[in-house]
Write a protein that binds this ligand. Structure first.
Ligand code: ATP
Ligand code: MG
Length: 351
């Protein structure tokens, strides 16, 4: 087993600059305790880089990232720069260039994290979102601009291969958990792409005898995340539906501040990217209030992907214990700063 991993770290914008150093400190310590090292290559890319160069990434940025073992990202987004520049200039090119066709988003209620769920109800859901095709396509346009009959078109593109591979990934995960896979659909209203989605999901999942697939309309499924979360385990969803569902699941679990995500290239031909679900949160940037849990948890997902599950488990246990012990940032109703919380995780890791 290799004892050193090269990680490209892009803190990016806003609270990305606060939560990433917090997470890398925890990752360095857990790595040291497990006998391996993380070699960080700092990449000061993002909105400031854009302001000085007109690009979110250097011209050869993707090439530089291609030689690393993983990418660790904070956030990209800036109130003064449109999303189509920030997101489409950095995150989406990385996802597509490195065929990160899985967006994996675990969400679970954690002891010490207040959830809006009634009583002691729990949620433990893995959203497997298709990450490179579907509704977020470049095909379409605005027509007859400014006229009364102006219209816009946006084409969704679904491929057999794209649906099959995300389904296989989700079915494998479901087989290792409860065997229950829910597929998010809307085939009663979206009559071309969604029946195709249903058909390919059903055919692909048939190869997994221990897995049952339940197709559920996205509107009913959204309600179920809130009203019967314990009935859900692994959810496979298209790009748009997965995006919405995972934010909903994150909110039900407690806070965007604790939701991690992995953009995976399962074949490991290219680096995968790990990031908190939240954005740059300009309203609290620079105040030291940001919750570092989402970034630390994303770091644990990275360790798992790199083949270091014991280190990942230790890191998850450490922040879990700190939360359960009552140390919380403001988004969770506490008063700990980013630094206080991080220090508590480091203490827990030293155990
Ligand atoms: P972006 O445009 O980069 O997506 P945003 O304004 O949409 O940024 P998000 O970061 O997605 O903001 O989060 C929405 C709100 O949730 C923020 O305004 C912030 O108050 C809160 N929030 C998000 N992440 C955190 C965090 N890690 N800690 C504390 N609060 C957070
Ligand atoms: Mg946002």
């Amino acid at each position: 087993m290799t004892d050193s991993y090269t990680i490209d770290v892009i803190p990016g914008d806003g609270i990305g600059q606060e939560v990433i150093p917090a997470a890398t400190a925890c990752l360095d310590l857990v790595a040291e305790r497990h006998g391996f090292a993380l070699h960080w290559r700092d990449r000061e890319w993002g909105s400031d880089y854009y302001r000085s160069t007109g690009r979110m990434l250097p011209v050869d940025g993707l090439e530089q990232l291609s030689t690393g073992d993983a990418v660790f990202l904070g956030a990209v987004g800036d109130v003064d720069i449109p999303d189509d520049v920030t997101l489409w200039g950095l995150l989406i090119p990385i996802r597509r260039e490195f065929e990160q066709y899985i967006n994996l988003r675990p969400n679970r209620t954690l002891p010490g994290v207040p959830s809006p769920l009634a009583g002691d109800r729990q949620l433990d859901v893995l959203v497997v979102r298709e990450n490179v095709e579907g509704e977020y396509s470049e095909i379409g346009g605005r027509f007859r601009r400014g006229r009364p009959d102006e219209f816009a078109l946006q084409e969704a593109v679904f491929t057999r291969q794209g649906i099959a591979r995300v389904t296989r990934f989700a079915a494998e995960l479901a087989a290792g958990r409860t065997g229950r896979l829910v597929s998010a659909t809307k085939s009663n209203g979206i009559i071309h792409t969604m029946p195709f989605w249903d058909e390919v999901v059903r055919e692909t999942a048939a190869d997994f005898p221990g897995v049952t697939v339940d197709k559920v309309l996205i509107d009913a499924l959204a309600a179920r995340v809130v009203s019967a979360p314990e009935s859900l385990d692994v959810i496979v969803a298209s790009n748009l539906f997965g995006d919405i569902l995972s934010d909903l699941a994150a909110a039900v679990a407690g806070s965007l501040g604790v939701a991690p995500s992995a953009n995976l290239n399962p074949e490991r031909e290219h680096p995968s990217l790990f990031e908190p679900v939240h954005g740059s949160a300009p309203d609290i940037a620079g105040k030291g209030w940001a919750n570092p849990v989402a970034a630390i948890w994303a770091g644990a997902m990275m360790l798992r992907h790199l083949g270091r599950p014991e280190a990942a488990d230790d890191l998850e246990s450490a922040f879990g214990a700190v939360l359960a012990g009552g140390t919380r940032t403001r988004d969770l109703g506490g008063s700990a700063s980013t630094g206080d919380f991080t220090e508590a995780v480091l203490v827990a890791l030293r155990g």
